[in-house]
Write a protein that binds this ligand. Structure first.
Ligand code: SAM
Length: 279
């Protein structure tokens, strides 16, 4: 028999809420928000607008970046008393580049139920409207505010084939596009602004062209960047070093040989013979 959510007490529900358009909420999210004893909200004023809109009258507890350590024991105590809780953030899915991860981890560690009520997140909306290859993708989130660290981070993705998803604030969009262009060269990108809102804009262009455009210094942005689809030549790396790189990453010997053979489009046995002769 399938358990209803009401059987699983006490539980922390991770409830996704709209990223702009208030209608983007699931029936189940509303049901859970009406059911729980307390709602943990990142900003009680922001979440108050959503809860008022749906006539949800539940006590809210603030849980944000600056009080999360103080609130931890309070939240665990509420669960110990048998209370059900919902975690929401200002927008989208709690834990995705907003507070939530820590308390989710603590609640799991304390052996209480954690249940996701899936819904909006800017990642997927930006990705599926980009027109770029969707799988595989890597969610980077916000880059470091320190330019040298941001640069280092982007450079580490330079040779990766997967599509990259980056969150950015409006006042840094221009400089981030320039940094991406400098590190990754010219690639196709999609810039999603104000998704699901009245002034939603999606610009599908290249990094070079995007750097020459003027971007609205207001609103919320997601940048989707095409992965590196240039064929690697491995000119500067011997087959043995290439193999060792995979072994250092934790690959079993035979899997490392398979990976090297695939990367270089060589027969597995040729790679095997070269590695065997070196050892
Ligand atoms: N938890 C959220 C989620 O699931 O997408 C993300 C929260 S993070 C603090 C806020 C960032 O998400 C913004 O700076 C922006 O990069 C992105 N974002 C949120 N809503 C958006 C929207 N409507 N349009 C474009 N980007 C959005």
């Amino acid at each position: 028999m399938q358990k209803s959510f009401k059987d699983a007490k006490p539980t922390l529900y991770i409830v996704s809420t709209p990223i702009g358009n208030l209608k983007d909420i699931t029936y189940r999210a509303i049901e859970i928000l009406n059911f729980v004893d307390f709602i943990l909200a990142e900003d009680t004023r922001t979440s108050g607008v959503l809860l008022n809109h749906y006539h949800i009258k539940k006590p809210m507890l603030s849980y944000h970046e600056f009080n999360k350590d103080d609130q931890q024991s309070r939240i665990l105590n509420l669960l110990a008393e048998g209370k059900n809780l919902a975690l929401i953030s200002d927008a989208g899915t709690p834990g995705i580049s907003d507070p939530g991860y820590e308390i989710i981890k603590d609640v799991i560690q304390a052996n209480y139920h954690v249940v996701a009520i899936p819904g909006p997140s800017a990642i997927l909306a930006a990705l599926v409207t980009s027109g770029l290859i969707i799988q595989p993708f890597t969610y980077i989130g916000f880059l470091s505010r320190k330019k040298s660290q941001a640069k280092e981070m982007i450079n580490s993705y330079q040779n990766r084939r997967e599509t990259l998803v980056i969150y950015e604030s409006p006042n840094r969009i221009q400089s981030t596009l320039e940094l991406l262009h400098g590190c990754l060269g010219n690639r196709r990108i999609s810039i999603a602004r104000e998704l699901t809102k009245t002034f939603e804009t999606i610009i599908r262009t290249t990094l070079e062209e995007a750097c020459q455009m003027e971007h609205n210094p207001k609103g919320e942005y997601v940048i989707i960047v095409e992965g590196n689809h240039q064929k690697e030549t491995f000119e500067d790396e011997s087959i043995e070093d290439h193999y060792k790189r995979y072994v250092d990453m934790g690959y079993q010997e035979k899997d490392a040989i398979k990976a090297v053979a695939k990367d270089r489009e060589l027969p597995k046995n040729d790679v095997y013979q070269i590695i065997k002769n070196k050892h």
